[in-house]
Design a protein around this ligand. Structure first.
Ligand code: HEC
Length: 467
């Protein structure tokens, strides 16, 4: 900004100076003055595509961003905040190191883009030729993915203002006219400030088996007071009348702060649904609030007429996963400590999406694999962990990890009073709870991986080609 005001001053001064002299020198100085002022200020015509691609997805009605950044007037109003937040790289949030591995929908501004925004904001945020401003992209409503074929609302939930974290289990039955195939299920949190995580599963009822009408009842169980409740299908009124259990499909939709759903190319992922189904939100976790609030979350369903040929699989390392954390995740106060976990991949896999997970003490996260031939395979590096942005990172093409490779994960936790996110002051020992609910103030260290058993040619699949 200083640079600009100096230049303004400089140009004005030359202009006045010129007026008091001969015609020739006036013209000369005018030309000089004009050319020195003529470093062209970018207009919104150049800024708009950067904003649409990197910002508007979140900064539009119904999404997480604080304000809308869709139109020229939106952006002009916030020009200076946009300048500061992009220059400091606070926005767009992208914690993964893009020099280490690329993912699809990467949100990252180049130095050049940051400069265009800065020059535009400092130059008075001009609009330019309104006819040349590219049209606002046609963002889907109520979804980060696409316009849904069906929306299933969860029963609204009142979050008491008792300043305690809440854990609930919710059953949301839904019926379809016919058996069909679901390509993707997206969970959209209603209360983005308080809803911290959700693990969603699906129950699919056989058309030929009867079950009491009970399955139709949505319900909400407060797990805080009833954590010991058996999660058996019987207690959840999810059994057939003959006592057998319907089909349970795990992890059809999950949510963490900043994460979004995924649609893979046709034939990857997807589920078969019948006429009667239920979504089982086995855990919704809300942060504490002192003011009563409501949550009305919902699911977007995307159908396909293609039978799912390659259902995805999910596995996790670390907390609640297949591999122990070394040393056990007990984080001493006043220290920065490193924890590791590793696992051998028994068969060739095509890794599609990863989700690194830690809580408030997380400082950095790093995962890679070493193949049997000694090659190292980069999985993800997050130099500066941020609890708010826990994306599902999807590779541009499946990342092939050959059988016999070892996946190594390293997490650093900052339990000092220098960590502004430390929930305890003074710091105290923080650990992963054994059983029971995972509070935000507990810690976790997890690498969740969505993958397929490898098939020849997987390395060439374009995972961004999913429309
Ligand atoms: C993944 C979603 C997402 C993307 C992408 C994103 N933002 Fe944001 N933005 C947010 C959220 C959420 C907040 C509120 C953050 C908070 O309060 O911690 C925010 C806050 C802001 C703020 C307000 C900061 C303040 O001090 O109040 C500005 C300005 C901003 N974003 C600009 C941008 C710009 C410019 C881009 C693109 C270059 C962008 N954002 C991309 C989600 C996003």
């Amino acid at each position: 900004m200083d640079a600009l005001s100096n230049k303004d001053y400089y140009c004005k001064k030359h202009f006045c100076f010129g007026m008091t002299h001969t015609l020739i020198s006036t013209i000369a100085i005018l030309i000089l003055g004009l050319s020195s002022c003529s470093k062209r200020v970018p207009t919104f015509v150049e800024v708009a595509p950067i904003i649409y691609k990197n910002c508007s997805g979140c900064h539009r009605p119904g999404q997480a961003g604080t304000m809308s950044l869709l139109t020229y007037s939106d952006c002009k109003k916030y020009a200076h905040t946009i300048l500061y937040t992009t220059q400091s790289r606070f926005m767009p949030p992208w914690p993964a190191d893009h020099n280490y591995v690329h993912f699809i929908d990467e949100k990252y501004l180049t130095e050049e883009e940051i400069k265009i925004i800065a020059d535009w904001a400092e130059g008075g945020a001009p609009m330019g030729d309104s006819a040349a401003i590219p049209p606002v992209p046609d963002f889907p409503k109520g979804s980060e993915l696409a316009n849904p074929d069906m929306v299933i609302a969860c029963p609204p939930f009142k979050i008491k203002g008792d300043n305690r974290e809440k854990f609930i289990m919710v059953k949301v039955p839904f019926e379809l006219p016919n058996d069909t195939f679901i390509r993707s299920i997206e969970f959209v949190p209603g209360n983005k400030k308080l809803l911290h995580h959700m693990n969603g599963h699906m129950i699919v009822f056989d058309n030929n088996k009867s079950s009491k009408d009970l399955y139709r009842q949505p319900f909400i169980i407060d797990r805080d007071t009833a954590y010991e409740i058996s999660e058996s299908a019987h207690n959840l009124n999810l059994l057939y009348d003959d006592g057998t259990t319907p089909l349970f499909i795990g992890s059809v939709a999950n949510y963490l702060p900043g994460s979004s759903g995924i649609i893979y190319p046709e034939n990857i992922g997807g589920y078969t649904a019948h006429k009667r189904n239920a979504l089982l939100l086995r855990d919704i976790h809300y942060g504490a609030t002192t003011v009563e609030q409501w949550d009305s979350s919902y699911f977007n369903i995307f159908f396909t007429d293609k039978k799912p040929l390659r259902p995805t699989r999910e596995i996790q390392l670390g907390t609640l996963g297949i591999s122990p954390i070394v040393p056990p995740l007990v984080i001493p106060p006043g220290k920065i400590s490193t924890y590791k976990t590793n696992a051998v991949v028994p068969v060739d896999i095509s890794l599609l999406t990863i989700n690194p997970h830690m809580h408030l003490l997380g400082k950095s996260f790093w995962a890679y694999a070493i193949a049997p031939n000694g090659d190292s395979i980069r999985i993800v590096k997050i130099p500066k962990w941020d609890f708010r942005w826990q994306y599902n990172y999807t590779y541009p093409k499946p990342l092939i990890i050959p059988a016999g490779s070892t996946i190594y994960v390293e997490g650093v936790f900052d339990n000092t009073d220098k960590n502004p996110n430390n929930p305890f002051f003074p710091p105290r020992t923080v650990r992963e709870p054994i059983g029971g609910n995972m509070k935000t103030t507990d810690e976790m260290f997890q690498l969740i991986m969505t993958y397929l058993p490898y098939k020849k040619g997987d390395e060439n699949i374009d995972l961004a080609k999913n429309k």
